[in-house]
Design a protein around this ligand. Structure first.
Ligand code: LCS
Length: 402
């Protein structure tokens, strides 16, 4: 790992996590095996005791998975990482490791629907309380902290409101109150935002999104900043069992090599599309970190180096108009998930954020008419042309009504 330390980020994307393997391959081989042979009974016993270095069983450790984990840890500027079967496996492992009955969590109001449901409806069964706050207003986090708050959980920019939380302020608040700050960095990726630089304790991702980048893997990762936390997480992950498999690790590691160039193009395209939407007569409002009217535009400039590929907007005709657009796009695909090379469009209130319930959505500002766009890396002219012809259909429908 250390020989990459002085490389620029885009070079690190290509070289991180790569070690020497038999026959000299330039990419890590796929060790598609569930288990590893011991040299002797004594060797097996010493591996289990932790006295010898090596591999035992893929749920515990596997060279292909380890290579990808090392790469992500290095890109995030963390210590070590743990590959998980999905983003939700990463999130549940972190929460179960760090919380116990009687504890309390402060969480952003705008988070991926199942994350909120997990904290609200599953952790509550184990007597773990939670408060959901507008974390983009630091004082709101502070107001929600109780003596038993052990963890602050934040997405920034958040799914789907694209709200931005001040990481440094949130980390200071957490530490002042003996709590830990966990950040879901899925929307930015380490190419644009490295939360450890702002004092965050644990970074996690749905690698299903930008890290893999090709919409062909479901995976997650937890990155820790020190060994003790890593060992604690590893133990629980091994017991819960939500580990990534070698083939998906290989695919993610392959995706990481183009992370920097992909993110650059996502940012360029999304900026142009956000500006196009902002100036469109059909559009009621647009949320994108690169628009100066974003309420936390200045906070964004402080903590991320590009504005990302995610945009939320609402059309003047509300849900009906949004539905017409979603049913008429041709290049943009109507699908959930995000962060891939292809542009995706979806409706949070009936899809990704349905499980939160209407009240929680309203409180988080997720209107029934909100449409979310994951801007891909196609030629931006084609994406805008596609949106424009779908907007025309809204106008045609309105004219037909008159
Ligand atoms: N964190 C964020 C910010 C997400 O957007 C998602 C999934 C997850 C965690 C969970 O990751 P997974 O288990 O799916 O790998 N977000 C999705 C979305 O917005 N549409 O479909 C999935």
């Amino acid at each position: 790992m250390s020989q990459n330390k002085n490389l620029q980020f885009d070079s690190k994307c290509i070289h991180s996590g790569i070690s020497e393997y038999e026959f000299g391959p330039v990419v890590p081989p796929i060790y598609q095996t569930s288990t590893f042979k011991f040299e002797s009974a004594e060797h097996g016993a010493s591996l289990f005791k932790g006295e010898a270095e090596g591999y035992i069983y893929t749920r515990m450790k596997n060279p292909t998975i380890e290579a990808m984990e090392n790469a992500v840890a290095e890109l995030e500027g963390g210590h070590k990482a743990l590959g998980c079967a999905s983003g939700m496996a990463a999130i549940s492992t972190v929460l179960i490791t760090l919380l116990k009955a009687g504890d309390h969590v402060v969480c952003s109001k705008s988070v991926y629907g199942p994350t909120m449901t997990l904290i609200h409806s599953v952790l509550s069964k184990f007597n773990i309380g939670a408060a959901f706050v507008d974390s983009d207003i630091t004082e709101e986090i502070e107001k929600a902290i109780k003596p038993n708050t052990k963890l602050i959980y934040i997405e920034t920019p958040a799914n789907p409101m694209i709200s931005i939380t001040d990481l440094e302020a949130a980390a200071n608040l957490a530490h002042k109150n003996n709590a830990l700050l966990v950040v879901d960095n899925t929307f930015m990726s380490p190419a644009l935002q490295q939360p450890f630089k702002f004092g965050v304790d644990i970074v996690l991702h749905s690698m299903t999104k930008f890290l893999n980048g090709h919409a062909d893997v479901v995976a997650g990762i937890i990155v820790t900043r020190e060994e003790e936390m890593y060992l604690m997480m590893r133990k629980v992950l091994n017991q819960l069992g939500g580990v990534i498999d070698p083939f998906n690790s290989f695919l993610v590691h392959r995706g990481l090599k183009t992370l920097s160039v992909r993110m650059q193009r996502h940012c360029e395209n999304a900026q142009l599309i956000a500006e196009y939407l902002e100036n469109h007569s059909n559009v009621k409002w647009v949320r994108y970190p690169g628009l100066k009217n974003h309420p936390n535009y200045q906070v964004g400039l402080k903590q991320h180096s590009g504005h990302g590929g995610m945009i939320s907007f609402e059309l003047k005709g509300g849900f009906k108009a949004g539905e017409t657009v979603m049913n008429n796009v041709k290049l943009c695909q109507l699908a959930v998930s995000l962060g891939g090379v292809e542009t995706l469009i979806q409706h949070p209130a009936s899809m990704t954020h349905l499980s939160m319930g209407a009240e929680a959505r309203k409180s988080a500002g997720i209107t029934e008419g909100l449409v979310r766009l994951s801007v891909g890396i196609e030629n931006v002219k084609d994406i805008i042309e596609d949106l424009e012809q779908a907007f025309e259909k809204v106008k045609e429908k309105e004219t037909a009504k008159v």
